[in-house]
Ligand binder design. Structure first.
Ligand code: PRP
Ligand code: XAN
Length: 193
């Protein structure tokens, strides 16, 4: 998606440790018009698929998943929580995910009330790096007996391999910008094809 690539080039900064900082528009301050264009792009890619629910993971996926839902007939958006809470009741699907930015493992929790065998799920997230977060969400869908229809990602860091592994596993993955390489010294960012 050209618009997203241009924003990354203009406003993104490359940090040490394979970190691309795009918090001016994507995952701290949120550009809602850009989110809307991203939702439209995913809707075009996944056209013809029946989606009954969007599943994402807190925190950064939530905003864009909610805007994207407007392009998928206002289906409910469920976000996996990364901490137990007194506000979480009843039976839960639980798995564990290593957080890329927080550099530690978190429990990932979804209430059984909100995901089940009848669901056809679109997974949405802001970043795809090693694929830990998505494998956690896929694991939860497997526990629920739900069908993963596709995966919509804003920024995939292709050089970290998580995306290509998911493609090999047969998932329909639509990453709107795929960073092939980035250099913290020069700030150069190359996108895939
Ligand atoms: O493919 P991976 O290696 O799993 O990396 C991608 C994940 O990393 C970030 O989550 P993180 O927990 O770092 O931060 P967040 O709380 O801002 O979502 C991002 O939001 C993705 O969920
Ligand atoms: O803001 C972010 N930048 C990144 O490079 C990244 N990788 C995973 N999650 C991420 N979030």
């Amino acid at each position: 998606m050209k618009e997203l690539e241009e924003r990354i080039r203009k406003e993104g900064t490359v940090k040490q440790g394979n970190v691309l900082k795009v918090d001016a528009f994507l995952n701290h301050q949120c550009d809602v018009a850009l989110y809307d264009a991203m939702g439209a792009a995913w809707a075009e890619h996944f056209q013809g698929k029946t989606i009954t629910k969007i599943l994402t993971i807190e925190a950064s996926g939530i905003g864009m998943a909610c805007v994207a839902a407007r392009h998928f007939g206002n289906v409910p958006v469920v976000f996996a929580k990364k901490a137990q809470s007194i506000n979480l009741d009843g039976d839960q699907y639980v798995t564990t995910v290593y957080s890329f930015t927080k550099q530690r493992e978190f429990p990932v929790i979804v209430s059984r009330k909100y995901l089940g065998p009848d669901d056809h799920v679109l997974l949405i997230d802001d970043f795809l790096a090693n694929g830990k977060a998505l494998h956690g969400l896929i694991d939860i869908c497997k526990h629920a007996g739900a069908t993963v229809e596709g995966i919509g990602i804003a920024v995939e860091k292709g050089f970290q391999g998580g995306g290509d592994k998911l493609r090999e596993e047969g998932y329909d993955l639509d990453s709107l910008a795929i960073v092939e390489s980035m250099d913290p010294e020069t700030g150069d960012i190359e996108f895939r094809g």
